[in-house]
Ligand binder design. Structure first.
Ligand SMILES: Nc1ncnc2c1ncn2[C@@H]1O[C@H](COP(=O)(O)OP(=O)(O)OP(=O)(O)O)[C@@H](O)[C@H]1O
Length: 534
């Protein structure tokens, strides 16, 4: 008789060993939660006759645990509190899990008895209320640290003998290895996601830089032989080697960005980036994110984390173009960043140290803007450390022949033409024109002339013609007026001359050599309305 028992026990152990061996092969192939639950239910449900299983993982706080997987066919699924139960975080120190944590063997609990406790965790309560009677819970541990739990719920009572407990302990060991592999796998996947996001961001930055190089660096030659520009060049060479903040002032198209690049390229920061931010073209919240960056989800539309131009310019130069147009609420934030030399991304918690040289530019009269409360005086003082005034082209007509030759050479090469001269009479015309759009206007006019010219000499420059008398008189620009006032007067003169035509052929935007949108925004800013010029 005892021999028969011994034989049966030997046979049972054999079959358990086989089960452990074969399930370990299946578990080794598991990659995710779904496959894990599928192997456990497929291989063990009949053998152990359980009703429901649950695997929980200890959270980073080490004092709570959360669901890792549950049996999708559990009979407790219909319970009204089931969803809440599997979504919650549970304290380990609940009188049950802390006991399991301390035991190397599975522990058995009677759900009916547990349910009599006033503070029974919801998870046990709903399983009891769903008709389950017993739960066997085993800890998962690694390197002496408990990192999860495996709970097996049964409908009957006293369903497992000692051998069953030993089998569960053995299985728990194998399942814990699989769970830990899945967690490691998920960590790698999420890190890969982060790397992918960084890669995307770097790609965006690369595109930004490429565009910047294509649009600006090719045009880095600065022409200017006359005394006005020579004075500017002397200032540039004095200030470039230092880290001083520079404020470049001048009308539109006078070459402020070109000078900013020259300062950067002649500074010790030349091997890092000069990053440009146009403070006039973006709405407030976008400029803030443009300058300081944002964390993912910090505002609607912030689907990715993005670094700001301050960070991008670290160790280099930040060129704040149209600084006079920066909204007041951002002026305070900019001032703080300049003073503290650190920035905070929108939605971020930490400050990031930045080492950035600032060059700012504007065509506004900042003295007036400050006096009228549109520009913070403290920010103005902070920026106005080394001002450089760029003269308008009408005050340095001696540079016109060289500039014209420079642009003729550039555009005939670009357009594949062989034009290398301009007739004397046309050159005289250029010298007498008033250049409201300054060098940019000259640049555009020469490009247009090259397209229209058939021989090798430009004989006709499509200057606004017949030129309105007043446009040929530089003295109309009063040095007593502010840049804005002069600009307003000039735009009005042009609009009147064009009989109120703002855009299109022969319209004021074309004659001023600026895009339609630029003229419209200038008119808005300077308060120019239809009734003023019609
Ligand atoms: N001294 C110069 N020599 C050669 N090209 C110049 C010079 N100054 C300006 N330019 C050219 O004129 C155009 C306008 O210059 P830039 O964009 O630097 O002007 P800006 O003052 O920054 O204008 P805005 O105020 O409208 O931004 C550019 O294409 C630039 O290359």
């Amino acid at each position: 008789m005892s021999n028969i028992l011994a034989n049966e026990q030997i046979a049972d152990r054999e079959s358990e060993r086989e089960l452990l061996l074969s399930i370990s092969t299946d578990l080794a192939a598991v990659r995710n939660h779904k496959e894990l639950i599928s192997v456990i239910t497929r291989r063990l449900k009949n053998k152990l006759a359980f009703s429901h299983i649950f695997i929980g993982i200890v959270n980073e706080d080490q004092s709570t645990f959360s669901t890792f997987v549950t049996d999708p066919d559990s009979q407790s699924k219909g319970h009204p509190e089931y969803d809440e139960a599997i979504r919650s975080k549970w304290p380990i120190n609940d009188g049950i899990m802390n006991k399991v944590s301390a035991s190397s063997m599975p522990l058995v609990f009677n759900l009916e008895e547990l349910s009599k406790q006033p503070d029974i965790p919801l998870y046990f309560k709903i399983n009891y209320e769903s008709g389950l009677n017993q739960v066997i819970i085993t800890r998962f541990s690694k390197g002496g640290k408990v990192f999860g739990f495996w709970a097996i719920f049964f409908g009957g009572k006293d369903v497992l003998d000692k051998a069953g407990h030993i089998l569960i302990a053995g299985l728990a060991n194998q399942i814990s290895i699989t769970v830990s592999n899945i967690m490691a796998n998920e960590k790698v996947i999420s890190q890969l996601e982060v790397i992918k996001r960084y890669k995307k961001q770097l790609e965006e930055e690369r595109i930004y830089l490429k565009e910047e190089i294509e649009t600006s660096h090719n045009y880095s030659e600065i022409i200017g032989n006359g005394p006005e520009m020579q004075k500017v060049f002397r200032l540039v060479s004095k200030v470039a080697p230092s880290d001083s903040t520079v404020l470049i002032l001048g009308e539109t198209g006078t070459g402020k960005e070109l000078i900013a690049r020259a300062i950067h390229n002649n500074s010790p920061r030349k091997n890092s980036l000069m990053v440009k931010v146009n403070c006039a073209t973006l709405p407030v919240n976008l400029i803030e994110s443009e300058l300081f960056g944002h964390e993912r989800g910090s505002f609607t539309g912030a689907t990715e984390r993005r670094i700001g131009k301050f960070e991008l310019a670290n160790n280099g130069t930040l060129f704040l173009d149209e600084i006079g147009d920066l909204p007041l609420e951002l002026q305070a934030k900019l001032l703080r960043a300049l003073q503290e030399k650190e920035v905070e991304r929108i939605g971020g918690k930490d400050s990031i140290k930045v080492d950035v040289r600032i060059i700012a530019a504007t065509n506004r009269d900042l003295d007036k803007e400050t006096a009228e409360g549109r520009f913070r005086s403290d920010l103005y003082y902070r920026l106005n450390i080394f001002p450089i005034n760029l003269p308008p082209l009408r005050l340095r007509t001696e540079d016109i022949p060289l500039l014209a030759a420079h642009f003729i050479q550039r555009f005939s090469k670009k357009l594949g033409r062989h034009i290398d001269k301009i007739s004397n009479s046309e050159l005289q015309e250029l010298r007498h024109y008033n250049w409201p759009g300054n060098i940019r206007e000259l640049e555009h006019l020469i490009e247009r002339s090259i397209i229209l010219t058939t021989g090798d000499t430009i004989t006709n420059i499509p200057l606004p013609s017949p030129k309105p008398k007043e446009l040929n008189q530089p003295q109309q620009y009063s040095s007593l007026k502010t840049i804005d006032e002069n600009e307003r007067d000039h735009i009005l003169t042009m609009l009147k001359y064009c009989k109120g035509k703002v855009t299109g052929d022969g319209g004021a935007a074309q004659l001023l050599g600026v895009p339609n949108s630029t003229l419209s925004s200038k008119m808005k800013r300077l308060g120019i309305k239809k009734e003023h010029f019609k």
